[in-house]
Design a protein around this ligand. Structure first.
Ligand code: 6GU
Length: 235
């Protein structure tokens, strides 16, 4: 998978060189490139923002550097080497909420472009113009506000990247985790069986695999009902 990130802080994405995703980059499964939006400006101060039309507080990101940066990463409309159409994702608290389902869907694509806004946002025409040549999505991590899209994009790249075949060593570890079946995951235990007076639930030591599976499912449902009832179907 090819991932391009356009940002005024490309060094933010240096951390992708380490850990699980770092290995995937070395083996060529993932090709992540961060581009500096300021490289697509032409003035001495490398200006990326300006005051909003209509007035108001804060600054808005100018359309021209975004247009040129997206021209470059989208190959200026030329049919690319990649078969499937690119998806351009703009992290935004005004977007649709990012979910495991969305991560799974995006993990099947060949080319993702992330456009990280800062300040009060990006000139609206950038979204409209980009939608004419790519699939555009505004995506939010949840109902709170970050200063810019970089941290959100890092979270999305990790959630998407680990679902690409070959990135996580044992694919079975992807199956039994929170959100994969619409429920939160069951609690896990390891040795010792007694620790500081606390026991591991005896059923896990019983060797009865059917009973363990039922207990784990009950734990998932109970935990989901208690902390995330919104995930359960209406009764
Ligand atoms: Cl995706 N971006 C920003 N700036 N703030 C957010 C967010 C994204 N998701 C939640 N808050």
């Amino acid at each position: 998978m090819r991932i391009d990130v356009v940002t005024i802080f490309p060094e933010f994405f240096d951390v992708l060189d380490i850990s699980l995703l770092g290995r995937a980059r070395q083996t060529g499964i993932l090709d992540v490139r961060a581009h500096n939006l300021r490289d697509f400006t032409h003035d001495r101060h490398r200006t990326v923002d300006d005051t909003p039309y209509g007035g108001g507080a804060g600054m808005v990101m100018k359309p021209e550097p975004w247009g040129e940066a997206l021209d470059a990463v989208l190959g200026e409309g030329k049919p690319g080497e990649l078969a499937s159409a690119p998806v351009v994702i703009f992290p935004s608290p005004a977007g649709t909420v990012f979910t495991q389902k969305m991560a799974r869907e995006l993990a099947g694509r060949e080319h993702l472009v992330f456009g990280c806004g800062r300040y009060e946002g990006i000139d609206q025409r950038v979204f409209e113009h980009t939608a004419e040549r790519a699939e555009v999505r505004l995506v939010s991590l949840g109902d709170y506000v970050l200063n810019g899209g970089e941290v959100a994009v890092m979270a999305m790249i990790e959630a998407i990247g680990r679902l690409i075949p070959g990135v996580v060593g044992n694919p079975e570890s992807l199956v039994e985790e929170s959100h994969e079946d619409g429920l939160l995951e069951y609690p896990s235990y390891t040795k010792p069986a007694t620790w500081r007076g606390l026991e591991v639930p005896p059923i896990l030591l019983s060797g009865n695999h059917g009973a363990i599976e039922r207990w784990r499912h009950e734990q998932q449902v109970e935990r989901t009902r208690r902390v995330r009832p919104d995930l359960l179907p209406p009764e």
